[in-house]
Design a protein around this ligand. Structure first.
Ligand code: SF4
Length: 406
């Protein structure tokens, strides 16, 4: 098929497709799906071989957020029966992180609910990072604390953070439909603050919130323009007790098309299958590994994933290998750009995007009713196929007495 030949050729050269080509990927049929996966797989292997990077989430502070992100189980007014606790102590967080690293995670993601950190919160996270790096100096730490104020990114960088996560989540055009307590521009600003301080930028999206194909393409191109080094692709987990609990708009096939589109637009960028992997890809998860080069190990912030050992078995059975601590994730030319930006203390984004984001749009996404399309596209499940039995609230790991899942 001409489209896939073109996309493969561009991806192998590290070139970005046109917007029309990206839209065409989302419009492919189920008959074409394996060809789409195979084409995206060639691009994935060109830049990332058969490596899978494992990331491990530690929820430092859970629930009780004043923001109103409609997809989130931790939002203002959420009735989701999630764990609620305030800041973990550094040794508690380090213990949780150790479980993930022992399970093969290369990166630990420290996340706290809230609009953004106070300077005291930056102190807490500084102490937590020190405790984690004392135990394992090689571990990568990504911090996700919400909207950053001036100089907070620099303080995190000086304290040893490697990356900062803050997701754009959806297109600029529909952002006001999923949250009203902050703006899309706020989120862009924080990604740029982090990148400008020399932190690797981690920023992604949530699919399944009722958005159009055009919205998905918009946000994915925006992430490319922002210079995101890793793009987490969340599939909405419709939590009971959130405004979007009834929104089941994804099939495994749709998820694979979305992942492929993200890969083609970001051929040489880390693409991570994030929240909702088990709930929406289900038995098709291994096909996702042919497209994405990164996943979360074990549980998410407020929901449970499959057993960590099942993740490791899946990787092995599908013929992939866990990326080691000594291996570079990004291809050399991308790492050079990031290092040059860090050395200059400046932003590594495309010049056209550089100007200057509450929390990162966590990997436990649950969308506003206004954002939901009137009817699902043909072939998509819609609300008549609710699979709420697949959503399991996290009851182990950080903030509990039970061992983490890693
Ligand atoms: S995504 Fe972050 S900022 Fe938004 S409601 Fe959830 S915890 Fe709060």
């Amino acid at each position: 098929m001409d489209l896939l030949d073109t996309l493969t050729a561009k991806g192998l050269r590290g070139e970005v497709p046109t917007r029309e080509e990206a839209l065409a990927v989302l419009a492919t049929t189920d008959d074409e799906l394996l060809d789409v996966v195979a084409a995206a797989g060639k691009v994935r292997r060109r830049w990332f071989g058969r490596r899978v990077k494992l990331n491990y989430l530690v929820n430092l502070k859970s629930g009780l957020c004043p923001e109103d992100c409609s997809y989130c189980s931790q939002r203002l007014g959420s009735k989701a029966e999630i764990l609620k606790y305030t800041w973990l102590k550094p040794d508690q967080a380090a213990e949780a992180a150790r479980a993930g690293v022992a399970g093969g995670a290369k990166r630990v993601c420290l996340v706290a609910s809230g609009r953004g950190p106070t300077d005291r919160d930056i102190d807490r996270v500084t102490d937590t990072m020190a405790a984690i790096k004392d135990a394992d100096p090689a571990v990568e730490i990504c911090v996700c604390l919400g909207l950053l104020s001036d100089n907070q990114a620099e303080r995190l960088k000086a304290a040893g953070a490697d990356a900062y996560n803050h997701n754009l989540n959806t297109s600029e055009g529909t952002y006001g439909d999923i949250a009203t307590t902050h703006t899309y521009a706020d989120r862009v600003d924080t990604v740029q603050k982090a990148h400008g301080a020399g932190l690797s930028a981690c920023s992604g999206l949530i699919a399944g919130m009722g958005e159009s194909d055009e919205d998905l393409v918009d946000v994915v191109f925006a992430l490319r323009e922002l210079g995101s080094d890793s793009v987490p692709v969340n599939f909405l987990i419709p939590f009971e007790g959130t405004p979007l609990a009834q929104e089941w708009n994804l099939t495994p096939q749709r998820c694979l098309r979305i992942l492929a589109m993200v890969r083609f637009v970001n051929p040489d960028t880390e693409v991570r299958i994030a929240g909702g992997r088990e709930v929406h890809l289900r038995s098709m998860q291994p096909l996702g590994l042919h497209i994405a080069n990164s996943i979360f190990l074990g549980d998410y912030l407020t929901s449970e994933g499959q057993a960590g050992q099942a993740d490791l078995d899946m990787i092995k059975d599908a013929g992939f290998e866990v990326e080691g601590a000594g291996e570079a994730t990004l291809p050399r030319h991308r790492a050079d750009v990031a290092e040059a930006a860090q050395a200059a203390g400046g932003c590594g984004t495309a010049a056209s995007a550089c100007g200057s984001g509450p929390c990162g749009g966590h990997a436990n996404a649950a969308p506003a009713p206004e954002a939901v399309a009137d009817a699902p596209p043909a072939g998509e499940p819609g609300n008549d196929e609710l699979r709420s039995d697949l959503v399991k609230v996290r009851r182990r790991g950080a903030g509990t007495e039970l061992a983490p899942n890693a």
